[in-house]
Design a protein around this ligand. Sequence first.
Ligand SMILES: Cc1cc2nc3c(=O)[nH]c(=O)nc-3n(C[C@H](O)[C@H](O)[C@H](O)COP(=O)(O)O)c2cc1C
Length: 186
Amino acid sequence: MSKPTIFVISGSTAARSSNRAVVEIIRQNFADLADFDVCEGVDLLPHFRPDADQAALPQNVLDFRRRIEAADGVLFCTPEYVFSLPGSLKNAIDWTVSTTVFYNKAIGIVVAAASGEKAMESLMLILTTIEARVEASATLIVKGAKGKIDQKGALSDPPTADALHRMMLAFLELVHRENPTPTKYA
Ligand SMILES: Cc1cc2nc3c(=O)[nH]c(=O)nc-3n(C[C@H](O)[C@H](O)[C@H](O)COP(=O)(O)O)c2cc1C
């Protein structure tokens, strides 16, 4: 693999989003090391229904699955809502559970929130359950995110900027590690 493709899923649907700012910082700082395919609008996916999962699927659900499958790694950037994941992000992941698109997929996670531990815990549990490759070194909680990102969307806290850099290097190392089984979904 030369330059990997990373599918980026933002769990925030806010217009002025800390998580989207983090995605932009990553895109700018790591453009030489990876291509980023950013998923806009997890909230545009329909509500997951198991019965619908058996029938002809909406195009945006198919596209969402295809882009995960095509990527060499998936990076999540999400807030925490009421000690859990935002509903639209959980809904989006539910659409993948009957497939193997996440099987063995290298995962990076940034949770930019007020606190964030529960969202991180929940996302790691979900992703290990669906057999993605999740390692602690490729995860980061940006606590008090609103106070660490300035009006221009830059990280104003140097230790957080360093931690984000280290986390992204660990994630890209995970992406490059040999992936023995290519993913395929029916
Ligand atoms: C409905 C709602 C519930 C929230 N609940 C939590 C929470 O339980 N824990 C937490 O750390 N932050 C919580 N927050 C704060 C957000 O995680 C925080 O503002 C985050 O930076 C928002 O991300 P964004 O700017 O990318 O949208 C909540 C925010 C909203 C709007």
